[in-house]
Design a protein around this ligand. Structure first.
Ligand SMILES: NC(=O)C1=CN([C@@H]2O[C@H](COP(=O)(O)OP(=O)(O)OC[C@H]3O[C@@H](n4cnc5c(N)ncnc54)[C@H](O)[C@@H]3O)[C@@H](O)[C@H]2O)C=CC1
Ligand SMILES: O=C([O-])CC(=O)C(=O)O
Length: 340
């Protein structure tokens, strides 16, 4: 006969962990497919969708999918909609904001998206201060510092629980490398990418990848680095005014959210790249940096070393520092100039 405790232990090992996830900006190009993928994730048992409008419609649609989660929609026009969406969330994903059009840089989105992210960060710090917060809205190099500053001002900042989502750069690297080497993209390791999430601040470390470093010519390596750095522009150009990456981003966001939930659930060796509060270049005034982290029950469990860089990669790192520093400062200054 099994004791009650043994039965409970067996039960909890075989069942899913109940996590409550909120998506802010859930009805947009990224928000909808991302919410679909989260609805399919067995770790998510409660899914709250928030947007300026139409969140109830999208939520009702998703709620008919027979997976083990309830879906609720909350809109800006209902009293306390945002706070009710966020309340008690374990994980908050933020893809709210405008996307690029051809000819724009991510930094050109700052004027609109900074204010959107600021408001959502304030509400998150108030209603879900212990949640892991995943920032997708661009420019990530500035929006993550905005969220950090808001949380700091409200006395709720936990650097282990704030993540800029840079997963799309790393999934692109696996796909682009497979095209060059005629290999299976599902089997390739993703290339380690450090720095930030725009143009030259995206720094793929090809020298650390066996396939890339041994099979590619110098020209191919340079072309691959450029393609990873400007992969977003490829999509913006092809969509020709109708936005930027949404479906690949939804897959990337879902993958990263799943990794964070795995970490919260105590799974071992969950490693992903992300833009986080990192000590690595703090003495040079760069408070946030993208690199691999190990995820755990408290969010970031360990920030992993970036490893050895080739001479060319060290030069690229030098070149990206200025832009990264400016992007980060722009975000922190934005909040410093506001009265919370
Ligand atoms: N981190 C990354 O790798 C990537 C980031 N992005 C960024 O993600 C953001 C969203 O892109 P899309 O989904 O294509 O844009 P979209 O315009 O299709 O959707 C944005 C959604 O945000 C909502 N929204 C705007 N203000 C809001 C507020 N105050 N509260 C709640 N919701 C609000 C809109 O109503 C809309 O439904 C953009 O800033 C884009 O640059 C896009 C691709 C990759
Ligand atoms: O390029 C953009 O504006 C959207 C983005 O961040 C990406 O696709 O990497």
């Amino acid at each position: 006969m099994l004791s009650r405790i043994a039965i409970k232990r067996c039960f909890s090992q075989t069942t899913i962990n109940p996590y409550k996830v909120s998506v802010l900006g859930a009805c947009g190009g990224i928000g909808q497919p991302l919410s679909l993928l989260l609805k399919l994730n067995p770790k998510v048992t409660s899914l709250n969708l928030y947007d300026l409008k139409n969140a109830k419609g999208v939520a009702t649609d998703l709620s008919h999918i027979p997976t083990n989660s309830t879906v609720k929609g909350f809109s800006a026009d209902e009293a306390d909609g945002l706070h009710n969406a966020l309340k008690d969330s374990d994980l908050v994903v933020i893809p709210a904001g405008v996307p690029r059009k051809p000819g724009m840089t991510r930094d050109d989105l700052f004027n609109i998206n900074a204010g959107i992210v600021y408001d959502l960060a304030k509400a998150t710090a108030e209603a879900a201060p212990n949640a892991c917060v995943l920032i997708i809205s661009n420019p990530v190099n500035s929006t993550v510092p905005i969220v950090a500053e808001v949380f700091k001002k409200l006395g709720k900042y936990n650097p282990k629980k704030l993540f800029g989502v840079t997963t799309l750069d790393s999934i692109r690297s696996a796909r682009f490398l497979s095209e060059l080497t005629n290999t299976d993209p599902t089997q390739n390791k993703r290339i380690s990418i450090i720095g930030g999430h725009s143009g030259v601040t995206i720094l793929p470390l090809l020298s650390q990848d066996e396939l890339a470093s041994t099979k590619l010519s110098k020209e191919q390596k340079d072309a691959l680095i450029h393609r990873i750095q400007f992969g977003g522009d490829e999509v913006v150009k092809a969509k020709n005014g109708a936005g930027s990456a949404t479906l690949s981003m939804a897959q990337a966001g879902s993958k990263f959210a799943d990794a964070v939930l795995k970490g919260l659930a105590g799974e071992e060796n969950v490693i992903e790249p992300t833009f986080i509060d990192s000590p690595i270049l703090k003495d040079e005034g760069i408070d946030f940096f993208a690199q691999l982290v190990k995820l755990g029950p408290e969010g970031v469990k360990e920030i992993l070393p970036i490893g050895n860089l080739s001479k060319e990669e060290l030069e690229l790192l030098e070149n990206c520092k200025d832009a990264l520093k400016k992007n980060i400062k722009k975000g922190t200054d934005f909040v410093d100039n506001k009265h919370l």
